[in-house]
Design a protein around this ligand. Structure first.
Ligand SMILES: *Cc1c(COP(=O)(O)O)cnc(C)c1O
Length: 430
């Protein structure tokens, strides 16, 4: 059977496939640059694994207290080496990205300290961790104050506002790499480095933490390479490579990681406890696969940006911009289009392809939200997934794809649904 016939069997019309193939052909160079970064990062991970002498004994499960968990210790050494940090905390006991960020923050801040975000409002879930929105157990309740310097209109740093915000109480600066669901651009690692240098020039002993969610392995360097004291992320995003079924990581300066570990377990216990419960093997193997998985997700994002931009929709980042995370936003302008797009992503999934996502009133959101995810791991967003609040400007955020072929199918299917609903017309390819 020809590939075209196979796509037809999957429900993709011939004209959609030819339009998409034309776009794909134009992206050869982009894709080969993505592959080169993946190749570089693959070497980085293998090098770290070889230096840490990873061996099959490290895949054994421990239980209970988890004393002398050789695999856990080796895994943390591999993360430290991959990210060029001194130490790392990589655990199934870190439930999510938000949890890892909470542990990093609350482990390193004390009552009376000030926390500063020099890049505007942080990710939604962090608002409650910090206490920007009142919540039980927030840092605010523990006497940690919060300050924020917003980005300038063009997305650049407001150096004057940052200089004014740093004072003798400022202990920790939190820098979010990815835009999340905000409209600002994602920061490059070089920009993060510039920001850290500026902050340390004002106050050298301030700790700089980077929320690295969705950014890992998109570039050849990570924020730890440009002066970050701590870098934090989720294992059901990029670095888990799709295989980690849970987990988070914190990597960076030894003192920072130690303080975080006393918060995660207990004062006096720190990194010495915490059984890995059989998770070491998928954590190692997921990290090993992560550079290629991220490359697949990036190709999907670039492909979608080009495909939808040519149909006249506004896309962020646009079709040509260099990437610093795996998220792609597409503004459709109508609820029908947003819903059709998400239903296409769902219909292309390996899991739950037969369910139809609908908008619903999710707690914590001010508009109904539609989510498409047919994932092996609940909530995993390194797997192909999309979500959109049903409100103006009717933008969809989508990310992931464990393989480029699946990301491609998802995008083709989204376009098929938009064509079926007569929202778009497919340009003829000659
Ligand atoms: C996903 C994400 C988080 C939170 O991670 P969860 O695993 O969903 O708790 C924090 N910050 C950013 C920028 C994210 O993208």
């Amino acid at each position: 059977m020809k590939l075209e016939q196979m796509y037809e069997k999957m429900g993709i019309r011939h004209d959609i496939l030819s339009y998409a193939s034309d776009i794909e052909k134009s992206l050869k160079e982009r894709f080969s640059l993505i592959d080169e970064t993946a190749e570089y990062n693959q070497m980085k991970v293998i090098h770290a694994m070889q230096k840490a002498k990873v061996s099959d004994i490290h895949f054994a499960a421990t239980t209970g207290y988890g004393y002398n968990d050789l695999g856990r210790d080796a895994l943390e050494e591999v993360y430290a080496k991959t990210f060029h940090g001194e130490s790392a905390l990589v655990r199934p006991q870190l439930i999510s990205g938000t949890h890892a960020l909470h542990v990093a923050l609350s482990g390193n801040l004390r009552p009376g300290d000030e926390l500063l975000s020099p890049v505007g409002k942080p990710y939604d879930t962090l608002e409650e961790v910090i206490g920007i929105r009142d919540s039980v157990g927030s840092l605010k309740e523990y006497g940690v104050r919060y300050r924020q310097a917003d980005l300038l209109e063009d997305g650049s740093f407001d150096f004057d506002a940052i200089r004014q915000a740093v004072n003798d109480k400022t202990r920790l600066v939190t820098i979010q790499r990815s835009k999340g669901y905000a409209t600002r651009p994602t920061l490059s690692v070089d920009q993060i480095g510039e920001l850290i240098s500026f902050i340390k020039s004002i106050k050298p002993d301030v700790l700089c933490m980077v929320d690295n969610c969705y950014g890992e392995f998109v570039e050849r360097i990570e924020p730890t390479d440009v002066g970050a004291d701590m870098v934090v992320g989720s294992l059901i995003k990029n670095p888990g490579g799709g295989l980690a079924p849970i987990g988070g990581y914190i990597v960076g300066k030894k003192d920072c990681i130690d303080r975080a570990s006393y918060r995660l377990s207990a004062p006096g216990l720190g990194k010495e406890v915490g059984a890995s419960l059989g998770m070491n093997q998928p954590f190692f193997q997921g990290l090993f696969l992560a550079p290629t998985v991220v490359a697949g997700a990036l190709k999907g994002a670039v492909f979608a940006a080009n495909l939808y931009e040519r149909l006249g929709f506004s896309v962020t980042p646009d079709s040509r911009q260099t990437r610093h995370d795996i998220i792609q936003a597409i503004t459709f302008g109508t609820p029908e289009a947003v819903i059709a797009f998400c239903q296409g992503i769902q219909a292309a999934a390996p899991v739950d392809s037969f369910v139809t996502p609908e908008p619903w009133d999710m707690p914590g959101y001010d508009a109904p939200v539609i989510m498409a995810a047919g994932a092996f791991v609940q909530g995993s967003s390194i797997e192909l997934s999309a979500d959109a609040p049903i409100k103006d400007p009717y933008a969809v955020y989508f990310q992931g794809g464990l393989t480029w072929y699946h990301a491609k199918l998802g995008i083709l299917m989204s376009l098929q649904k938009l064509a079926d609903a007569e929202i778009v017309e497919i340009p003829q390819v000659h």
